[in-house]
Design a protein around this ligand. Structure first.
Ligand code: HPA
Length: 276
């Protein structure tokens, strides 16, 4: 797959068949038949891959079915296969498709479905996000305990009734806390974006039980649950959410907070994955 069309843009395509094709592409290009764990790296988490283990293959996502994008969109990132010291195979997804890009939810969750099709039983989702709790300073990593999906959309098609109790595995959250007992946790609210929230929207998120605001992860977690995977979610608080901090939000600030926190959170994530 190196042309510029994407099979997922064909509404008659079966997204699970495209994911199976993508998994076959990954097996062929990495030489690794099955992966055990998949890891999506959000802003701030990029260096974790280097610490998880030995990279045995790096492939451009554009070579994998369903990840290809029209040339104008530019870079679609890379996929890496990593071997951990304990012999686990980790598929690292270097770039996610965000819902706000407007390519539809099938494209958003394709990496998760592909990961499941490679055999991965565990999905680790990371992101950069705004914090509602004032005690969470920029640079704080928090576990996702649950989510509120405010996109109004779903990766599930048709009458697909799926239980989301314990969506973010208690077992894996407990495992993460054996590595860092100080880890806090909270409810992640996925907004559509790409604009940051208004202070009133942040207050709404707080009132309905949210602690973290962001533009990813919830739709991916639903798809991962549908695929039968166990899910661990991590947010890096890159900023206090709008109105919690009194200064305006900027993308630059978000990126800088991610860069500053990267060494610490990357090593945390690598140790958690190492313990799986
Ligand atoms: N809101 C939504 N998404 C984000 C934020 C935020 O405050 N910070 C980083 N990603």
């Amino acid at each position: 797959m190196s042309d510029t069309s994407n099979p997922l843009d064909d509404p008659t395509a079966d997204p699970f068949a495209v994911a199976a094709e993508a998994a076959a592409d990954i097996a062929r290009l990495t030489g690794v038949e099955r992966h055990d764990i998949a890891l999506t790296l959000g802003s701030g988490w990029g260096r974790a891959a280097e610490l998880v283990g030995e990279t045995t293959a790096t492939i451009p996502a554009s070579e994998v079915a369903g990840f290809s994008a029209p040339a104008l969109e530019g870079h679609v990132g890379s996929l890496r296969s990593i071997l951990t010291p304990r012999g686990k195979r980790v598929l690292v997804i270097g770039a996610r498709t965000h819902y706000y890009e407007g390519h539809g939810v099938r494209r958003v969750v394709h990496s998760v479905r592909t990961a499941a099709a490679t055999g991965a039983k565990t999905m680790v989702l990371t992101n950069g996000a705004g914090g509602i709790r004032p005690s969470w300073k920029p640079g704080t990593p928090v576990l996702i305990s649950d989510h509120i999906n405010l996109t109004g959309d779903s990766p599930l098609e048709g009458a697909t009734f799926i239980d989301l109790t314990d969506l973010y595995s208690m077992r894996l959250r407990d495992l993460a806390r054996t590595i860092d007992p100080s880890l806090d946790e909270g409810v992640y609210c996925q907004f559509r974006g790409p604009q940051y929230e208004t202070p009133a929207e942040v207050q709404m998120a707080k009132i309905i039980g949210g602690h973290i605001v962001g533009m990813s992860t919830a739709l991916e977690a639903i798809a991962a649950r549908q695929a039968g995977m166990e899910i661990l979610g991590f947010s890096l608080i890159t900023n206090m959410a709008a109105g919690i901090q009194t200064t305006p939000l900027s993308h630059k600030e978000v990126i800088e907070a991610g860069q500053l926190a990267e060494p610490v959170i990357s090593s945390l994530l690598a140790r958690v994955i190492g313990a799986m």
